[in-house]
Design a protein around this ligand. Structure first.
Ligand code: NAG
Ligand code: NAG
Length: 590
């Protein structure tokens, strides 16, 4: 039997169930800011950046204070957000490095068999749009097949960039293709490119005639390096409207304003029907930019200006919902894909009291802002400190759209509505697993009441207490199997590279695992020991067991981050004009 639902049945489902309840189902406006730190927002305690619109959204809804990104890097975190599954389950986590896509013309991406909430909402009659950053692949075999394009994953409308904002996208901001500060610019790109080109042309055969071959090889490599360094902005920094390239390279100035206009017009066009809008900001990722109206508006350089511009944009979107009378019919969500990037953006980006940032599983890397608001349905002004995940948006959106989650695969997220509407006090996530690429790095455990209470129950005078007692309910334990080595030592970041790596030569293993209780030590500054924590061994044993059973639940799948899939492939390169014009176009008017 085929495991997929045949299309005619889908159609019947749509026709049969589509009409009646369409009115009651909410719209979704899901906003994700790139690399925004939890400490950058007024409602999370920032006192010098002004984010009045986001703060108001929090007041009108619920603020999550333990909202955890399923991964500490963009690509895997976004894959998990859209599918409700740990990235390891979809092959969206790298095994060595890098852990994100670096080329628009790579062949890896969110596999077509994965089901996003957009795909389900669309089947349920929703009008769907992605505006902004995608970073989940584009093509598989040719420059036009768009097998990983947002269209293939349920977004009917797309205005944005298939990759991400990169340093290379703005003149004078350097490059991400620098693997070491002492190695020359573009090294990594040149190596990948040369490998691809040589592989393609069969030039390795030149080895036979070494005398002739060697100089040719050197020339080819030199030419490719120069060419690559010069053209990479045009190649990677592409702005699409649906399947058409409208700008290459994109101009970041005014881009947030253009995206905001697209979002407003999408909501206006669809105000009479349920819609799902995923608004995915390019800010506040390097290269930093802000439009003229926001330049110099903050005390924190362009970073702060960019946060101000994001807040303005959120204000425009909320204003539009208000004007269209849709606030009571719309679930609004705002988050970040992971913590602020301390290695790259040394002049701004605050993860509050939390340690380290993007690319680590210290709290600063994965504890992100989480605001949910739905006037009249979610009580306003609340704060929820239970551990929840960005994977939870998947079952929440799917449920509210009137569908049920796919039964043929593991879904790791849990529907948030009971928690948000206070029908439930505790998160359904007893355990959360924190991956560094494909390596299980740490486990978080929020035990239900008295999980390890001794049996028989402890006698009130302390006699007969054989099993250590875990403080019921309040603790949030976190155990690290390994931690990143910071360079220079003593700092909370890996400043000699763009991110911290997860491979054995860049981390320290811990036996026993490093244990913290986040409820007492949110900054992860004092690891517990058997001397300082009576339940030390019992807690670790429970967490190791959970980790083992989680590992067993992971089915091996093809990695989307193999060298072959990450590599730049000339034949997959989107290019708006012929290569003679070097893929440059400025068609879209601002
Ligand atoms: C951005 O918008 C401003 C004001 O509308 C305009 O003057 C400027 O030329 C625009 N910049 C670009 C790069 O289009
Ligand atoms: C507010 O954000 C800025 C920019 O990220 C940061 O430098 C500053 O430390 C933050 N302030 C607080 C109180 O967190």
């Amino acid at each position: 039997m085929a495991s997929q639902t045949p299309p005619p049945l889908l159609l019947l489902l749509l026709l049969g169930w589509g009409g009646d309840s369409l009115q009651e189902r909410p719209n979704f406006v899901l906003m994700m800011v790139d690399d925004l730190g939890i400490g950058d927002l007024g409602c999370y305690g920032n006192t010098s950046l002004r984010t009045p619109n986001i703060d108001r959204l929090a007041q009108e809804g619920v603020k999550l204070t333990q909202h955890i990104a399923a991964a500490n890097l963009c690509t895997p975190s976004r894959a998990a957000f859209l599918t409700g599954r740990y990235p390891i389950r979809s092959g969206m986590s790298g095994s060595s490095r890098p852990g994100v896509f670096l080329f628009t013309a790579a062949s890896g991406g969110l596999p077509p068999r994965e089901v996003t909430f957009a795909k389900i909402a669309k089947q349920r009659g929703y009008e769907t749009a992605l505006i902004g950053k995608w970073h989940l692949g584009l093509n598989c075999g040719s420059s036009q097949d768009h097998c990983h394009h947002p269209h293939a994953h349920g977004f009917s409308f797309f205005f944005g960039v298939p990759l991400t904002n990169l340093r290379d996208c703005q003149p004078g901001h350097g490059t991400v293709f620098q693997i070491h500060k002492y190695l020359p610019y573009g090294t990594m790109g040149a190596v990948l490119l040369s490998a691809a080109a040589l592989h393609l042309s069969g030039a390795w055969r030149l080895r036979r005639g070494l005398l002739l071959g060697l100089p040719v090889l050197v020339l080819v490599l030199a030419g490719l390096t120069a060419g690559f360094v010069w053209t990479v902005p045009y190649l990677n920094c592409v702005l699409f409207r649906d399947r058409t390239i409208v700008e290459q390279p994109f101009r970041s100035e005014n881009l947030t304003q253009r995206m905001t206009r697209e979002a407003v017009s999408f909501m206006e066009r669809n105000s009479a029907r349920p819609f799902l809008l995923f608004f995915s900001f390019l800010q506040v990722h390097t290269a930093m930019f802000a439009s003229a109206a926001f330049k110099g508006s903050s005390r924190h350089g362009v970073y702060g200006d960019a946060v101000h511009e994001v807040d303005w944009s959120v204000g425009q979107i909320l204003q539009t919902l208000g004007r269209l009378g849709l606030r009571e019919k719309t679930l609004v969500y705002l988050s970040s894909d992971q913590g602020a990037h301390l290695e790259e953006e040394v002049h701004g980006g605050s993860n509050g009291v939390y340690k380290a940032g993007k690319s680590t599983n210290w709290e600063g890397g994965i504890r992100v802002p989480g605001i949910l608001s739905w006037t009249g349905t979610i009580p306003a002004g609340g704060e929820i400190s239970e551990p929840v995940s960005n994977m939870d948006l998947f079952p929440t959106v799917v449920g509210l759209s009137g569908a049920s989650v796919p039964q043929d695969r593991v879904i790791d997220g849990h529907d948030l509505m009971d928690l948000l509407q206070r029908r439930r006090e505790r998160s359904q996530h007893q355990f959360l697993f924190h991956y560094c690429n494909s390596y299980l790095n740490a486990v978080r455990w929020h035990p239900p009441n008295s999980k390890l209470t001794p049996d028989p129950p402890p006698d009130p005078h302390g006699g007969g207490l054989m099993v250590p007692f875990v403080p019921a309910g309040t603790s949030v334990w976190k155990a690290f199997f390994f931690t990143p080595n910071f360079y220079p030592e003593g700092k909370a970041a890996c400043f000699h590279t763009h991110v911290c790596f997860c491979t054995p030569d860049y981390v320290t293993y811990h036996h026993p695992p490093l244990l913290y209780d986040l409820s007492r030590d949110p900054s992860e500054s004092r690891p517990l020991t058997a001397d300082t924590e009576p339940a030390f061994w019992a807690v670790l044993a429970a967490m190791e067991e959970a980790a083992d059973s989680h590992r067993r639940s992971v089915q091996p799948v093809q990695s989307q981050f193999s060298a072959d899939k990450l590599m730049w492939k000339p034949w997959l390169q989107p290019c708006c004009s012929t290569f003679r014009q070097l893929c440059r176009c400025q068609q879209d008017r601002p």
